[in-house]
Design a binder for this molecule. Sequence first.
Ligand SMILES: Nc1nc2c(ncn2[C@@H]2O[C@H](COP(=O)(O)OP(=O)(O)O)[C@@H](O)[C@H]2O)c(=O)[nH]1
Ligand SMILES: [Mg+2]
Length: 355
Amino acid sequence: MEFTRSLSLLKAVKARPNGAGIISLGVGSAGCCILSHLHHSGIPIEKFVYISSDEEDLCYSPLGEKLLIASDSNLSRSPSAVRGVAIDYIDQIREILSGSKYVFIISGLGGSVGSGLAPFLAKVAKEMEATVVSILAMPFKFEKHKHFHAGVALRQMRKLSDAVMIIDNDSLREMVPKKSILDVFTLINEKITTALNKLIEPPKGREVGIGLKKFVESIKEEGYAVLSVCESFAATGDVVAGAVRSVCQIAEPDQARKAILYLMSDGKISTEEVATSVERLGSFFGNGSIEVQYGISEMGGQGLTAILLASGFRGTKFDDYDPIANVLHDLEMDDLDTSINVELPNMYHLNRQPS
Ligand SMILES: Nc1nc2c(ncn2[C@@H]2O[C@H](COP(=O)(O)OP(=O)(O)O)[C@@H](O)[C@H]2O)c(=O)[nH]1
Ligand SMILES: [Mg+2]
């Protein structure tokens, strides 16, 4: 069973065309799981690296490189403590990143591992002059205890990356409220995989593609990019409206500066449908001055899928997850704090007077 799975993964990896110097890092549980979906899909990425402090995260795929940032299980597991441990692995991280033109950092935020390691990896990749694209899944509304770490890490990622693409886990959970959380994660991970494939791979067959360069250019500016994927058998206008609604739940539509709309259908997509959708986006986002690019695939999906990537948002609803930064604005505290886990000397001995 395991062997068959490895073989099918191997096939997908071998079928991959030569890429453009992309290294993708899956970080923490969510990041490693999403990366394994991408890895399996045959996306044109050269190197897949699974990085975590938990060994089980490295087993999502039998393939790819693995880096275990092993920390003492007795120590606290805050993001800064995990980052403190990662400093010891800097040489291995530099080696993994060497020769990369683009580094995709894929992580869920809010837990200790992704929130701690992703900003550290972004910093090292930037120092090595790679273009850093961060693809970040934000915690559910009900995971309140994860919001603060997610908010802090998101702000750090914005500063340390060239582009930040946000995925709101909630936008999909609300569409399938009766499904188990694990199934919802699988659904979201598959949507992220479909979207990234369509946005970066060269067009084939009956497709109009976007391509890596345009994808990065579209999101590589100040601010955040938000990804939404809406799938339905409804009319094109309604499906696009669903994708727009998801983005508007996260960010202020007037702030958008650029958008990519990719329509995927199992049938034909008329020029009129494309024109109306692009015009609608134009009037809805960026006060009418948004630049919209489009892509089309008439080769698959169920019904119609609208992939919408809107970018240039100065803020998102996740800013409120880090109330301290909201109050301090630009007067921020040291950005990448690390807790160094050194044992303190025993105070009893220090205080004892010589007899
Ligand atoms: N999209 C997606 N989100 C996930 C997945 N697993 C966990 N998450 C979310 O990611 C956030 C961070 O959790 P996790 O990755 O487990 O933390 P870490 O392992 O400490 O980095 C959580 O708030 C979850 O909602 C997944 O497979 N896919
Ligand atoms: Mg974890």
